[in-house]
Design a protein around this ligand. Structure first.
Ligand SMILES: C[S@@+](CC[C@H](N)C(=O)[O-])C[C@H]1O[C@@H](n2cnc3c(N)ncnc32)[C@H](O)[C@@H]1O
Length: 219
């Protein structure tokens, strides 16, 4: 890993488990997610959050034993966020990005001490620079990439080109794998895909890098 070191979080973020949090809070969060999907459709792109199997498939690409800067895009109500928070240590920087204010409120309630950017994930160079982050080792994305407007996609691509470290990884969750393949092939040198059947609907995870033959670095 080669991004600048040090942790922007004063203390390791932690998962808050209050009396309300389990299980009523979680049901309320899921109901909010469904409501947002019904209201915003393609911007949310899925009626329910990622399954445990999907989250596991994302995180198998991250080597938590090494110092790294990790940015999560489109965190939603935090299924991936929770597992990252569980695994990171003082040698990590972690920022979760989400543009929906209600989802950000859920993230703030669930994760104490976590850096959460309420921002458009396709315009995050400046907000991240404000946190002292210019280079990123892992970008974990739940963004509905294929539904993004072309200009937004171009901004995301430009940011990934400048912000990803030379052996950095872009890891994308999808429930529409075929829609994405051509896009990522144009954006990256190396594109790998793994299907995840235990998800509703079934989907998978793309692992992309600017380097050819990136496979070997996955954790
Ligand atoms: C399919 S959901 C994924 C949520 C979560 N990562 C998961 O795996 O369950 C897509 C998320 O991306 C967020 N999103 C969509 N467009 C965004 C944008 N331009 N900037 C930041 N977040 C965005 C949505 O609000 C939603 O939370």
């Amino acid at each position: 890993m080669s991004s600048d070191s040090g942790n922007i979080n004063v203390a390791k973020p932690s998962i808050v488990v209050s009396g309300f949090e389990e299980p009523r809070g979680r049901i309320a969060d899921r109901a909010l997610f469904l409501k947002k999907f019904l209201a915003k459709g393609r911007v949310i792109s899925s009626a329910i959050p990622s399954s445990r199997a999907m989250v596991k498939s994302v995180l198998k690409h991250v080597d938590f034993s090494r110092p790294a800067t990790i940015v999560e895009l489109g965190a939603g109500i935090g299924p991936v966020t929770a597992e990252i928070v569980e695994r990171i240590g003082p040698h990590h920087r972690f920022v979760a990005v989400e543009n929906d204010p209600d989802f950000c409120a859920v993230l703030r309630r669930r994760f104490s001490g976590l850096s959460i950017l309420q921002a458009d994930a396709t315009r995050i160079a400046e907000p991240l620079a404000g946190l002292g982050i210019r280079q990123v080792d892992y970008v974990l994305s739940g963004l509905p990439t294929s539904n993004l407007p072309l200009r937004a996609l171009a901004r995301l691509r430009q940011w990934l080109r400048t912000a990803l470290t030379p052996d950095g990884l872009f890891i994308q969750i999808t429930v529409a794998p075929l829609l994405y393949r051509g896009l990522y092939k144009r954006m990256f040198e190396s594109v790998n895909y793994r299907m995840v059947w235990w998800n509703l609907p079934p989907g998978g995870v793309y692992e992309c890098s600017m380097r050819t033959g990136q496979n070997g670095r996955s954790a």
